[in-house]
Design a protein around this ligand. Sequence first.
Ligand code: HMG
Length: 388
Amino acid sequence: MSVGIDEISFYTSNYFLDLKNLAMVQEIDPDKYYQGIGQEKMGMPAPDEDVVTMAANAALPLVERVGTDAISTVMFATETGIDQSKSAGVYVHRLLGLTSRCRVVELKQACYSATAAIQMACALVARQPEKKVLVIASDVARYDLGTSGEATQGCGAVAMLIAASPRLVELDPEVGNHTEDVMDFWRPNYRSTALVDGKYSTKIYLQSLKHAWEHFCEVSSLAFNDFQHFCYHLPFTRMAQKAHKHLARINRSALSPELLDLQVEDTLLYNRIIGNSYTASMYIGLASLLENCKQNLAGKRVGFFSYGSGSVAEFFSGKIVAGYEKYLHGDRHQTMLEARSEVSYEEYLELYNDTDPVDGGVHTKTEGTTGRFRLVGISHHKREYIAC
Ligand code: HMG
């Protein structure tokens, strides 16, 4: 029985900052961002938006199609936790009207945890093939102002249905892993922004790719040349281009730099204008590939490299299913991205400083969120969400 990704939908905030405006304030060449890290814009959540509202917005179209009874489990991957105990997914469960017989759990390991969720979801589906698992990844990437990470902020959520006989991607069971206790990027409980050793994190990312790939090669009969496309974790799009050339060198590939770029190019389009969305990043990259690749991808094999700082990495693979193009949400995604509002640098600072409300805080503004769900405020230490 094949198991994999049956449907994919994502959501990002209405607001973005063009990185040329950040470069102007910093008095540096905008090409450091446009070319050097390969990012043009970064998404900023509205004050009445958080990982819950973004997740519910991403998942709603899937639940509307498949119905609530089909979903046995919600797995919510995030590193932007809103509560130390309660899963953010339980709020989403209510907002989506899922049944009380659907289990919900939150998973954390930096940007990697959505991949762990997918692997566990595949095992659940194998046990109960008539049911589907809803995997949601939702994050807000925040760094301190004036740090090297600032230009790599962003926000977004992706929702995927994991099912038997999937309509988009059949996942192969063999995976390669690499786990190592390193301090390249982390966020202690008392901070709302991440700490990062930027250059070191890129080095660990590449080393982890090599180790995860080596493990993958030990357990899988697939080789580098069996893949037509590669989806990498996307902290910024240049990282994927560098990683892919690194993997090609390890495999002594004879492909030209141009052909190697083509193998990742279509995965980068959305992230370039959304920014890092941590757990959601690589899967928004997958949506970008499926929705923008001009060739028919049916039967093509895709390699995935998922990386979460700290660090856990996984290389896995999948095959695109014939007819996949009928089940995409590309038009809706394009409309959402084109309808976003650009903010000035001053407005960006206002959004940046308008952090999560404390107890008693209420968001009276409704002009922020354009999605269906909003965070109304926090009362008696309880978060209140509504559907608009
Ligand atoms: P930096 O150190 O300020 O940048 O920030 P730089 O000086 O290294 O410049 C970047 C590139 O731009 C360089 O190219 C420059 O040459 C080029 P490279 O040497 O890398 O090929 N450049 C220009 N190009 C064209 N025109 C110009 C120009 N000027 C310079 N005028 C850094 C870079 C990655 C350190 C920073 O963005 C950062 O700290 N980011 C946050 C950390 C990060 O994203 N790490 C990635 C790996 S870890 C990861 O992916 C996990 C993560 O998602 C978290 C999680 O798992 O939860 C972060």
